[in-house]
Ligand binder design. Structure first.
Ligand SMILES: C[S@@+](CC[C@H](N)C(=O)[O-])C[C@H]1O[C@@H](n2cnc3c(N)ncnc32)[C@H](O)[C@@H]1O
Length: 446
């Protein structure tokens, strides 16, 4: 049994995860929902002398930056964390967050540019993957409460593309008509785990993938026909089979049941084919802003050889190719390389090649190769110290580091000792969440 106590406290700032940071009894406490300057009544819950939880019981004052959240599920659904803060203040928060983390972990005070925000920070998500559960004997789609397996049934999500939002509801209705069951994560019974929807607003196309715990679904042909007939924008339907008892969404096997299994989108003037598995940025407009900034910072000359490290489906490299002599993209995921090759053909680009490899292994084996510019866009974990050491031997004129986690970015920047960080530009790819993308320009010293 723990001890509960109530305190009046003032929020000092917002922490890296969007929570209000307060000091209670000389200790730092994180309170969801409080904004800087706001007073609140907070209940703390201690177990064996350790703080387990600090819950906001009542807001006592209101910040001028507080706004009414757009989403009626906000506060219950764990996907957004900052909808109660005005959008301009969200951008300021992200700039400060990058600045503070770079200072804390790289020990350097970079001049961080103000975060570039979105003109319309709503209905931007072009990829939606919703878990399925059963409520009152019906299948429902929704999102989990933060850090739980409690699914909140959600009918509309204001950050999802309107098309994706609409299609989730149409598909769930069909799955109910066919009396399908939801997979139960606790018992391992039931069939449907997730509905995955990817959309292209530019080409008005959608891909639906049902993630199933079973390879064979009774009546699947009729289900596919019903889904295909429910909306003419659905051009591909796939079944992904995931039998693992984990919270990883997609399983290793995908069967295309209708169409090519892909949709086409257009990014920075190039066409891209996107399958259910391939990595593709989820906020198209802001991706264009991000890529344009990365390419501007790279300052590519027509004689340059460019390495696009962690290239995914080759999108940055393909966009960069028109400025360069040659581009090489390196990526670990086989399906992404396959998509990258297809995207190269689709856009009739001849000066780019793709290599299926681990980036660190590749760079260590190619330390004697010439690269004038290296653009890297690693996953959240960042890159490796071996990769950085090899890059410093190659000495490209410029390095452009695109990062989705300022913590690992700071750790990595510190190791690029032969380079000067000349620009740090955060870009808001994920409005209303605490996440921030950052693009950094590193120039070879002397
Ligand atoms: C943040 S994504 C960037 C993709 C791409 N640049 C884009 O903008 O769409 C990171 C990519 O790195 C790939 N990746 C992860 N670890 C890797 C490694 N060790 N070597 C090569 N690629 C890796 C992932 O599969 C993923 O496609």
């Amino acid at each position: 049994m723990g001890t509960k106590r109530r305190f009046k406290t003032t929020c000092l700032t917002i922490d890296d995860f969007g929570k209000g940071l307060c000091r209670i009894d000389g200790k730092t406490v994180f309170v969801t929902g409080l904004l800087p300057g706001e007073d609140g009544e907070v209940e703390t819950y201690y177990v064996n002398g350790k703080l387990k939880e600090a819950k906001l019981i009542k807001k006592l004052t209101k910040s001028k930056d507080r706004i009414e959240p757009m989403c009626k599920y906000y506060g219950r659904c764990g996907s957004c964390n900052l909808q109660h803060l005005s959008y301009n203040k969200q951008l300021e928060y992200k700039t400060e967050k990058v600045k503070n983390l770079l200072h804390k972990f790289a020990g350097l005070d970079f001049d961080v540019k103000p975060t570039i925000g979105s003109n319309n920070p709503w209905n931007f998500r072009n990829k939606v993957q919703v878990p399925i559960s059963t409520k009152k004997n019906k299948l429902v789609a929704g999102y989990y409460k933060e850090n739980t397996h409690d699914l909140i049934s959600i009918e509309h999500c204001p950050i999802e593309s309107k098309l994706a939002d609409e299609l989730v509801q149409k598909v769930i209705k069909i799955l109910n008509d066919f009396k399908l069951t939801a997979y139960n994560t606790d018992t391992g019974t039931g069939i449907i785990r997730h509905i995955l929807v990817k959309v292209s607003e530019k080409y008005n196309q959608a891909l639906i993938a049902l993630v199933s715990a079973k390879d064979n679904i009774y009546g699947i042909n009729n289900i596919v026909k019903a889904i295909k007939d429910c909306d003419k924008r659905i051009v591909s339907i796939a079944l992904n089979i995931n039998t693992a008892h984990t919270n990883v969404i997609l399983g290793p096997k995908t069967r295309v049941l209708y169409g090519t299994g892909k949709i086409k989108d257009n990014l920075c003037g190039l066409d891209f084919l996107i399958s259910s598995r391939s990595f593709y940025q989820t906020n198209l407009k802001m991706t264009e802003t991000l890529y344009n900034k990365a390419i501007e910072l790279a300052d590519i000359k027509p004689t340059d050889i460019v390495l696009d490290a962690y290239c995914g489906t080759g999108s940055i490299g393909l966009v960069a190719s028109k400025y360069a002599k040659e581009v090489i993209g390196v990526e670990l995921e086989k399906s992404s390389i396959k998509d990258a090759e297809e995207n190269k053909k689709l856009n009739k680009i001849n000066n780019i090649s793709f290599v299926l490899d681990d980036c660190t292994k590749y760079i260590l084996e190619n330390e004697d190769k010439r690269f004038d510019i290296i653009i890297l866009d690693p996953p959240r974990a960042g890159t490796t110290k071996e990769f950085i050491a090899a890059v410093q031997k190659i000495k490209p004129r410029k390095i452009v580091y695109v990062s989705c986690d300022p913590n690992t970015l700071a750790r990595d920047l510190k190791l690029f000792t032969d380079y000067e960080v000349s620009e740090v530009q955060p870009v808001d790819m994920f409005p209303h969440s605490y996440h921030v993308e950052t693009v950094c320009d590193l120039t070879l010293k002397n």
